[in-house]
Design a protein. Sequence first.
Length: 330
Amino acid sequence: MSTKKPNCMSIILVLVLVLCQCIRLKAQLQVGFYAASCSMAEFIVKDEVRKGVSSDKGMAAGLLRMHFHDCFVRGCDGSVLIDSTPSNTAEKDSPANNPSLRGYEIIDNAKARLEASCKGVVSCADILAFAARDSVEMTGGLGYDVPGGRRDGRISLASDIQANLPAPTLNVNQLTQMFANKGFTQEEMVTLSGGHTIGRSHCTSFSARLYSFNTTVSQDPSLDPTYATQLKQQCPQGSTNPNLVVPMDTLSPSTTDVGYYRDILANKGLFGSDQTLMTNTATANQVNQNVRNPMLWSRNFADAMVKMGRIGVLTGNNGEIRAKCRVINS
């Protein structure tokens, strides 16, 4: 029988491998992340979202968009929640986010309750991810498990927005590339675009399609003429009123369903970046498929939201747990 003892290098190598595995596991997002440290975390967030949506159904779309706009810029780190300072214009005050995003007070309320119950435990980034899921579920979409463990970033720059958020004027190839930059397939891009099924848009985001489409025609020829007339009544040419808004989905703007895709088939996609999905065979086929099989889209949307919630996350010892979501810790 051999009595040869393992050498020191072998022992050290095993210890290093075990340590690396522990660190890797600690850094992963996990469903039920707060089960032991703050067991009421997700319930508290859902309760605040429910109160917000009960008083204003549009808050659901605001929270869903906020999560999307957060994750696509610097990853899902809650940076979209940070207020501007005299020396820095933050993400929330970029033209793409202000005044279109809303629901910040719902996040603030949830954070205040969580700090009172579990001080310094639940990140703003996780609150936003939970709130987006709750918004989808409360408007008729499928609920889904959201893994927690994100930590909050300390940097928020309005200058980061343009290169990372898809503009409402992008064509299908540009959209495909922008989503690919974040790790999504073209199919997932079409699926996530369905988030436009709830909420509203300011007239300034699409008025060029009505009055100054290009040098040849003033009105986008891909837009249903009757719908265009209706939009012109709601969004008069030259108006600078920032409060003029129209629903993104013509028939069910408060319900997470496939109405968005039905509108596209009827040439009533509000943004150029919506209607462009019909200009590509693969994406047009998917639009038709989603209309035919709403449950399939709902499942795919839930899966895509979970994937989106993993973009560029800070975990482990990276980032921080902000005491207030609007300001970084001093």
